[in-house]
Design a protein around this ligand. Structure first.
Ligand code: FES
Length: 118
């Protein structure tokens, strides 16, 4: 595969994808929405605006394929994955990683690509 190479400056400095996928309650993999991900993602968006975060985009996303660990998010361009449960978790990720550029070690989700389904 050919590398994308240098191009124009990215539109966003940081892009966050929060899984807000919902499945039926009986689904064996569960889902992030049933664990409150939509409200937490909305909270992160609002807080980002309040903090005046520039060139940062926080998006609701479909399934990120790590459902058993949810709620989950991935942050690019770093490719860092997190699991979060509370508004305090989301605020820490926003302030420390998204704005501050440092990882939140206690919330890191260590994904082994060999265990991914599909
Ligand atoms: S439902 Fe959230 S990662 Fe699959």
């Amino acid at each position: 595969m050919q590398a994308a190479g240098a191009g124009p400056e990215p539109v966003y400095r940081v892009h966050v994808f929060c899984c807000t996928n919902r499945r039926p309650d009986s689904h064996w993999r569960g889902c992030c929405a049933s664990k409150g991900s939509k409200a937490l993602c909305d909270y992160m968006c609002r807080l980002g605006m309040v903090l005046g975060a520039r060139r940062i985009r926080i998006n609701h996303a479909g399934c990120l394929n790590v459902c058993e660990h949810g709620p989950t998010m991935v942050i690019y361009p770093d490719g860092v994955w997190y699991r979060y449960e509370t508004e305090a978790d989301v605020e820490e990720i926003l302030r420390r990683h998204v704005i501050g550029g440092k990882r939140v070690e206690r919330l890191l989700l260590d994904i082994d690509p060999g265990t991914l389904r599909g």
